[in-house]
Write a protein of this length. Structure first.
Length: 536
């Protein structure tokens, strides 16, 4: 009996000690990059909006490195701190109910730190998605958090932090090392009064006149109010060109007419443009040229005769034999595997061919677009960037632009070229004009026609197709079908060239990596921009 009582006493003391060793987690509405927040900064109540900032500072009972060594004392450091072998576990509760728990893939350096203070943003509107803490919140929101944080409130939010580590096939979890509570009210619903929203008066721009056509300004004002209030997130510009003239031009989130926007994969379309010009100018023979005309494919890894027969048009239309698919995280040719390599061309040509994918099946392959830029750079006079300036940008009057470059300092046609929104509109208008700009045939009309050809259906999408680095879809606005060819890039960036409407529409955005980025632009188009312009 005495032994049993002693054991119970020891367990009770251990539990009390563990409780005492749970660190404090503090919420703030701004970053505190060093040290602990001043007590005046501690949040006890908070109003959650569409553009909130919410940070945590955890004064943990134990360092992560010490906790991991305690959890797995026999694991060597090389294994303990290996990528995806250990990290923080965050658990979020709303109103005392667990909503989401995640073993977070934490950067290795953060695990090795002896410090016991952890800073992370959960919400950082100007820098959304740039840290692992924010991605935890994004997953939480999509897995029940959005529904649990109902409008109004109040709600009690609780965050608990533990450590996790993989040992063989097992995942071990540590004791609680920090926790904190926050009372939250939710104010996401916003009522926009169009009468209080001022639209920007359009001004002249080189190459574009001013449209005298009318449109439903109340719909555009409503959309502008929704962008300003964060209902549509991280939109930086909306430009509508009608009949070659500026109809609507709005900028958001501190951007202006002079801002250079990074539209990510919109830049792939420029590779198609320059390919058409290079063929016209005799630097290349045709889109039927095989890769073996440009590279000694036998000198690269995973050689297959199929690589010899890959044609330029296979890369342009995203149906080459290479085992590369950016929509498949496990694909060896996924673009994320490319960016840390010293030579992107070698990495691409070293890839195996796919053993299972049908050869006419479309698959998004960024490395193939990059390869097109390398081929162009090697064959056009002066290199790709100088050739593009001479043949495309100068005729369009585009002077303010910035290329991204590969490790071999070749203009990167995988994406990232920066232009002003109105200069992206010029590029779209060039295609709308069948290659003509101010009376000059800048781009062969035959190439525009070939580019705007539905070579492949997009798997998993209804009535959507792919041309030569351009996409195709149809918006339904009331009884009107609006077919468009368009460039698109991460973050919600678009250049729309409409087939049967006199419209070119540019949307630039910085919602990089966000799951809502492209759907919100679709909603802007179908619910606001197109109805306003078409009179629906």
């Amino acid at each position: 009996m005495r032994s049993l009582l002693l054991s119970l006493f020891v367990l009770l003391c251990t539990a009390r000690l563990a409780a005492q060793q749970t660190g404090q987690l503090i919420f703030t509405d701004h970053d505190v990059p060093s040290g602990l927040p001043h007590p005046a900064d501690h949040l006890h109540q908070y109003t959650l909006t569409n553009n909130s900032d919410l940070f945590i500072t955890a004064n943990m009972a134990r360092s992560m490195a010490g906790e991991l060594h305690r959890l797995a004392p026999n694991q060597p450091d090389d294994s303990l701190f290996a990528y995806n072998h250990a990290g923080y576990q965050f658990t979020l509760f709303i109103d005392h109910r667990e909503i989401y728990r995640s073993d977070i893939w934490t950067p290795v350096q953060a695990l090795r730190e002896p410090a016991t203070v952890l800073h992370q943003p959960l919400l950082d509107y100007p820098h959304e998605g740039e840290s692992w803490g924010q991605w935890f919140w994004i997953r939480f929101a999509g897995r029940g958090g959005e529904a649990a944080l109902t409008e109004g409130g109040p709600h009690l939010l609780r965050l608990e932090i533990r450590a996790w580590v993989k040992v063989g096939t097992d995942t071990l979890h540590g004791a609680l090392i920090a926790a904190g509570d926050l009372n939250v009210r939710v104010r996401r619903k916003v009522t926009v009064d169009p009468s209080r929203v001022q639209l920007t008066a359009v001004q002249p721009y080189d190459g574009f006149g001013l449209s005298k056509d009318g449109y439903d300004s109340s719909k555009i004002k409503l959309m502008k109010g929704m962008i300003d209030s964060g209902l549509f997130k991280h939109i930086s510009s909306v430009v509508v060109i009608k009949d070659g003239n500026i109809l609507i031009e709005e900028y958001f989130n501190g951007e202006t007419r002079e801002t250079q926007h990074n539209p990510r994969s919109v830049g792939k379309s420029f590779a198609s443009t320059m390919m058409g010009m290079a063929i016209r100018d005799g630097y290349l023979k045709s889109v039927d040229q095989p890769l073996s005309d440009f590279y000694d494919l036998r000198s690269f890894a995973n050689y297959s005769p199929e690589k010899d027969s890959v044609k330029l048009k296979d890369l342009l239309s995203m149906c080459s034999a290479f085992d590369g698919d950016d929509n498949d995280d496990h694909s060896p040719g996924n673009e994320e595997n490319m960016y840390d390599k010293d030579n992107w061309v070698k990495w691409t040509l070293d890839l195996p061919v796919s053993a299972s994918r049908p050869r006419d099946r479309w698959h998004y392959f960024t490395a193939g677009a990059m390869l097109m830029g390398d081929i162009l750079n090697s064959h056009v006079r002066g290199g790709l960037d100088a050739y593009t300036d001479l043949k495309l940008f100068s005729p369009l009057g585009i002077r303010d632009y910035q290329w991204a470059y590969t490790p071999q300092h070749v203009a990167n046609t995988a994406g990232g070229i920066k232009l002003r929104a109105l200069d992206f509109a010029k590029y779209g208008q060039l295609y709308k004009n069948a290659g003509v700009w101010q009376g000059q045939q800048v781009l062969p009309v035959e190439w525009v026609q070939k580019t705007f050809t539905k070579y492949h259906a997009i798997p998993g999408r209804t009535n959507e197709y792919y041309g030569y680095f351009f996409w195709n879809k149809t918006y339904q606005v009331g009884s009107t079908s609006c077919e468009t060819w368009y460039c698109t890039g991460n973050g919600g960036n678009k250049i729309f060239v409409f087939k049967d409407q006199p419209l070119v529409i540019v949307v630039t955005a910085t919602a990089y990596g966000m799951p809502y980025a492209h759907p919100q632009v679709d909603r802007m188009m179908t619910d606001y921009i197109l109805p306003a312009v078409l009179g629906h």
